[in-house]
Design a protein around this ligand. Structure first.
Ligand code: FEO
Length: 391
């Protein structure tokens, strides 16, 4: 395991997790990386660490440059354990290194996870010298924990952005210039949608601060580094954080005996025939975290479930629970589903859609047992009418 030099005397010393498929509920089909960075200067500085099971990998990469015990300073941008998990392993080797973290949330978070220590609390604007270079800290609370911060090296115009601009993507390609850009952008969108969507205001504050910095390289803590496409990822974040979705529609459902499925197909076709590009997801085959990126940029959401024992199908309930946590708001939504006798699913879906701060643009569409041709035609008319009325 070797370190990769990303800028003269600055090394990537992270870990590749090709096998990761579940990041606390987020389906990570391409695995992930945990990026840590080593700066060789008068004071040797380590920025972030890696998830605990990968501590040996990080230490070996560091050792390919110099003994890990030579580290003089550590920056912990974020306490979440995918980045701080190997802190104890490195701390044992350099017990006298200074450890910088963000404010009381950083200090308390590190103490709670790893015990008290001489953590040094920093805030936005604080700067430390490494010798030739320096590092300035920028607090980015709720991107996506209260302790998050990013670290900027002005001499290299290099932004260590931690979770911001990251992607769950395991690859031996380190830069946007080496990888398939469409894959990196799609994974960055998926990451934003699943982790940052509910923090648009905080993202905007961070983007305003970042816009004042000259940047040649963005080095996040997951995925590839942004070198040639810095403006593309900043523009994408700007667009996502505005939360002004495009004229797209997403139809999400599960079905027992294909009646709700037939309604979903009709709804999809109706949007399509009205010039609204639409994607349709059956929750039997699609994980909810794969659907959230489409919701991020879509103006319409239709959610369907039959009624099962007076409740929703569990897959639909799970999707709505996950979505509610991300509080997307600013979208038009409606419920649909078939039923046998109770028909409670529509009200339950509508309650959840309102909790997501969506506007209900149609009364829930409910069909008993099996949809008839005329009932499906009625759905088409309702959607056409709704699209004419929603500006
Ligand atoms: Fe919030 Fe990548 O951890």
């Amino acid at each position: 395991m070797k370190a990769i030099e990303i800028v003269k005397n600055i090394y990537w010393v992270g870990a590749l997790d090709f096998q990761l498929r579940n990041f606390h509920g987020y389906r990570t089909g391409r695995g992930s990386t945990y990026n840590a960075y080593l700066i060789i200067d008068e004071k040797v500085t380590l920025i972030d660490t890696v998830k605990a099971p990968f501590a040996e990998e990080m230490l070996e990469r560091i050792a390919s440059v110099l003994p890990p015990s030579s580290i003089d300073q550590m920056i912990i941008n974020h306490v979440e354990m995918d980045h701080s998990g190997s802190f104890p392993a490195i701390r044992r080797l350099c017990p006298n290194a200074q450890v910088f973290t963000s404010g009381s949330f950083g200090v308390n978070g590190l103490s709670a996870h790893y015990g008290s220590d001489n953590y040094i609390s920093v805030k936005s604007g604080d700067t430390i010298s490494l010798g030739v270079r320096s590092l300035t800290f920028l607090s980015t609370p709720m991107l996506h924990w209260p302790d998050n911060m990013i670290t900027y090296c002005p001499e290299e115009q290099l932004l260590f952005s931690n979770d911001a601009f990251g992607q769950h993507l395991a690859t031996t390609e380190r830069f946007d210039t080496e990888t398939e850009l469409s894959v990196a952008m799609a994974e960055a969108k998926k990451y934003y949608a699943n982790i940052l969507m509910c923090y648009g205001t905080q993202v905007r504050t961070a983007l305003d601060a970042v816009a004042k910095l000259p940047i040649k390289l963005i080095a996040p803590s997951h995925g590839i580094l942004w070198r040639n496409h810095i403006s593309d990822i900043l523009k994408a974040y700007n667009r996502f954080s505005l939360n002004e979705p495009d004229r797209y529609a997403v139809v999400v459902y599960d079905s027992m005996w294909e009646s709700t499925a037939r309604m979903a197909v009709t709804i999809t076709e109706s949007f399509y025939q009205n010039g609204v590009p639409t994607v349709c997801y059956d929750l039997k085959y699609n994980h909810y975290s794969e659907i959230i990126p489409a919701v991020l940029t879509s103006r319409y959401l239709a959610v369907g479930s039959p009624t099962l024992n007076s409740q929703l199908l569990p897959s639909v309930a799970g999707f709505l629970s996950y979505l509610k946590g991300l509080t997307p708001g600013n979208r038009e939504a409606f419920a649909f589903g078939s039923y046998g006798w109770g028909g409670q699913s529509i009200t339950l879906i509508e309650q959840e859609l309102e909790a997501c701060r969506f506007h209900l643009c149609l009364r829930g569409i409910k069909i008993q047992y099996v949809p008839k041709k005329e009932q499906l035609a009625e759905i088409t008319s309702l959607i056409s009418e709704m699209l004419r009325s929603v500006k």
